[in-house]
Design a protein around this ligand. Structure first.
Ligand SMILES: CSC[C@H]1O[C@H](OP(=O)(O)O)[C@H](O)[C@@H]1O
Ligand SMILES: Nc1ncnc2[nH]cnc12
Length: 289
């Protein structure tokens, strides 16, 4: 197995990773476009870390405008093997109050105006995605959260809405009825693209609010989210530090196949592949091409 590199994608409120040592900026070019920001490479203890703020420095990209393909391709080029998304979210469950960290194990994708695959005309691929997160990475996050005494729960379904507006009360009730535990606007197609790139992915969904399904409550507003978000961000820093301190040197085999997702996924035989697309896939699919 290859050397492990831990990637961290910082969401709302997380534009830097305090505690990162020997930091170097990496300007990584990709064939898909520009990543949200230059990558920050460094280490915590012996663990190599690459950090990327998904909304850019100064929170310039809305969830629909983030170039998710450029972000994942850049992280792949920087050697990331395991990727943790730190994300703010709304909650659909009374037992998941603001401040709770949900280590989600399922997603529902409700986005509709984002590029959601590296593949397409000229090279078609279908990766498995029934189990979208890497259980070994989740287990490491759960252990780190327990050691830091952070309120957390293992398992939960994250519904990804398009946004950028928050949900109506009817939408909020519908997502809850669908079985979603939390809602956010960013983890799709990020998680799908990470799978195509054979990067193990896990999400720490950090609850900031109860969305809009509770009839007795005022709806969601960013102003009320910000204070909880600040506390969540501080706790996320401790979580990452602990995770990194105990991270393995070598990449672990992923029980759900994140590290070999492309083994049988590509359906287009070599003679029928589009050379231009194949060139773009150089970083993502080089292991199997
Ligand atoms: C600050 S509330 C809305 C905003 O926060 C979440 O983003 P991220 O996952 O990057 O933390 C949510 O998805 C919205 O984009
Ligand atoms: N209620 C909510 N809906 C969508 N994204 C969110 N991010 C934080 N809270 C949210």
């Amino acid at each position: 197995m290859a050397k492990a590199t831990l990637g961290i994608i910082g969401g709302s409120g997380l534009y830097d990773l305090p505690g990162l040592q020997d930091v170097r900026e990496l300007d990584v070019a990709t064939p898909w476009g520009e990543p949200s920001a230059p990558l920050k490479e460094g280490r915590i203890g012996a663990t190599r870390i690459v950090f990327l703020p998904r909304h850019g420095i100064g929170h310039r990209f809305s969830p629909s405008d983030i170039d998710y393909r450029a972000n994942i391709d850049a992280l792949k080029r920087a050697g990331v093997t395991d990727l943790v998304s730190l994300s703010a979210c709304g909650s659909y469950r009374e037992d998941l109050p603001p401040g709770m960290f949900v280590l989600v194990d399922q997603f529902i994708d409700r986005t509709f105006r984002r590029e959601s695959s590296f593949f397409g005309a000229g090279c078609v691929a279908h990766v498995a995605f029934s189990d979208p997160v890497a259980p070994n990475l989740v287990a490491r996050l759960a252990k780190a959260a327990a050691e830091e005494n952070l309120a957390h729960i293992v398992g939960g379904t994250y519904v990804c809405m398009e946004g950028p507006q928050f949900s109506t009360r009817a939408e909020s009730s519908a997502y809850k009825a669908m079985g979603a535990s939390v809602v956010g606007m960013t983890n799709m197609p990020e998680a799908k693209l990470a799978r195509e790139a054979e990067i193990s992915y896990a999400t720490v969904a950090m609850v900031t609010d109860y969305d809009a399904w509770r009839p007795q409550e005022a709806g969601v507003e960013v102003s009320s989210i910000l204070e909880v978000m600040r506390a969540n961000v501080a706790a996320a820093g401790r979580l990452v530090a602990r995770l990194a301190a105990e991270f393995p040197e070598e990449r672990e085999a992923c029980p759900v196949g994140s590290d070999r997702a492309l083994d049988y996924a590509i359906l287009t035989p070599p003679d029928f592949r589009d050379p231009a697309l194949m060139a773009k896939l150089e970083a993502i699919a080089s292991r199997v091409l």
